[in-house]
Each structure stands twice: as C-alpha cells, then as structure tokens.
Design a protein. Structure first.
Length: 265
C-alpha cells in the first residue's frame, strides 16, 4: 500500500534570504566537519523575525553529549572549526552552542529563552527532534513547571539589588577618572602625591594658590575622594540616578579642565 505523508509547515518564510543562506552554509559545513556531533542547527533571533536590517546572524548548534563522549580534544576541535568557518563565511555569524542534555532540561523547565528559540527558530539541520518539539510547543504541550516559575522569579530581587550596586561601582569609576587626571596634572608640575588623600591639598598648594586652576577643581578632587571612601566603607549604600548624573557631569568637567591644563604649553 502506498500513501503520502503530509508534514506541517514550520513557517520558513519568516527569514531574510541572505541571512538564511549564510546560516545554511555554516550549518552544512559544520555538519560535514563534525557529522556525528551535530544534532541540530537553528536560525533564531532577529534574523528569523526580520526585525532588523542588519546585525548578527544567530545560529543555535545543539551537540550530542549522550552518545558522543565530549573529550577536551573534541571540544577544542569543535571550537577551532567553528571559529574557522565564521572567518570563512561571515563575521556576522554568532554561534550559540548547547549540549543536547542541557537543551532538553531547558525545554522541560519551560525556559523563556529556549521557548522563544522554539517559537521563532528555523531548523537549518535537524536529525529529527527539533521540529517535533516545536510542534509540541504549538500544541500547548510544553509549559513551564512550578519550580521554573519560582526559579526565574528568584533572580529578580538580586538583579534589582545589582542595579543599585552598579551605580555605586560607576561612581567609584568616576573617582578613579578624577584622581588619575589629578595625578597627571601634578606630575606635569613635577609633583607626586604620597597618597590619594593628599591629592586635593597638593592641588590647592601647587595649582590653585598659583592661579593655574580654579579652587572648585581642588574641591571636586576632595569631594570624590571622600565619596569613594564613604562608598567603600558602606557609609553610602545607594546612589540615585539623579545624583550619579550630577557626579558624572562634575567629573567630566574636571577631566576636561585637566586636559586643557596638560595641553597648555
């Protein structure tokens, strides 16, 4: 008895032809080089959505860590071949590699990133498991577990805290910009401060008192030194965005002024 099998359409029209051709060439060559290791290659991201006119061509490569033993030598060979193919084909290629076991765990947990790859990705090479999982997702059979919901939510408070920490760290970076500039100005005059706490005083003596710069710049140096100490000693635990903007403008003005001083012959 003969009959035809009708396959569902994955929707491969959602890609840019040029990006697809580049990604497909990479997929074909990486499969030729490491056939037994490659389980699937998938075009995803903005290339699959046609949302940008130019950018990275994102390709997911799923490698077999179940039936293939991933030795250090094999891993290194895969890395070298991947880098070589990117150089040969297009620098726009951005390759993400996942082990099959890791990919499956992400799918089972309903990981948002992997779910998006399944929803929008286009299988360039598939040994028979990626597209079936895509259809399971479309049929509503892949859903986040209760544990994965809380696992992702648990990241939110720490990320909020990190955002405040980054502002503190950014303020410390402004301090280093100010003190490095101040050091360079004093070095031009042949003076080297014994320690950071003396920089503002030496600017007052050798620069402000001699009319080389305005007093506000020595005050800025002192302010940023005190600020950095208070942050490092946890006396200041939070910097608002408005305060950071003000500190940035003051540090920027200081650096520009010192540059003028150094360039002045």
């Amino acid at each position: 008895m003969k009959f035809s099998l009708k396959k569902q359409n994955v929707g491969v029209a959602n890609y840019k032809k040029q990006d697809f051709d580049i990604a497909y060439e990479f997929s074909k060559k990486i499969y030729e080089e490491m056939k037994d290791l490659i389980k699937a290659t998938v075009l995803f991201g903005s290339s699959a959505r046609k949302t940008t006119s130019q950018g990275d061509i994102d390709v997911l490569v799923i490698i077999d860590d179940l039936t293939v033993r991933l030795t250090p030598e094999l891993t290194e060979a895969y890395t070298l071949i991947t880098e070589k193919l990117i150089t040969e084909i297009s620098p726009m290629l951005h390759i993400t590699t996942l082990k099959l076991t890791a990919f499956w765990e992400y799918v089972r947990a309903g990981d948002p990133i992997i779910i998006n790859m399944l929803r929008e990705g286009i299988a360039l090479l598939d040994t028979g498991f990626f597209e079936p999982i895509q259809f399971l997702l479309k049929q509503g059979r892949i859903r986040p577990t209760h544990e994965s919901v809380w696992s992702y939510f648990a990241k939110a408070p720490s990320t909020l805290y990190n955002s405040k920490w980054h502002l503190l760290q950014a303020t410390i970076d402004l301090y280093w910009a100010v003190i490095d500039a101040a050091h360079s100005a004093l070095m031009k005059l042949g003076e080297i401060p014994p320690s950071p706490e003396h920089v503002a005083d030496m600017m007052q003596i050798y620069m402000v008192n001699k009319g080389l710069i305005d007093k506000k710049y020595a005050d800025t140096m002192k302010k940023f030194y005190t600020l950095s100490k208070n942050i490092n000693h946890r006396e200041i635990k939070e910097i608002s965005g408005r305060d950071y903007d003000a500190y940035y403008k003051e540090a920027q003005d200081f650096v520009y002024k010192i540059r003028e001083f150094i360039e002045d012959k």
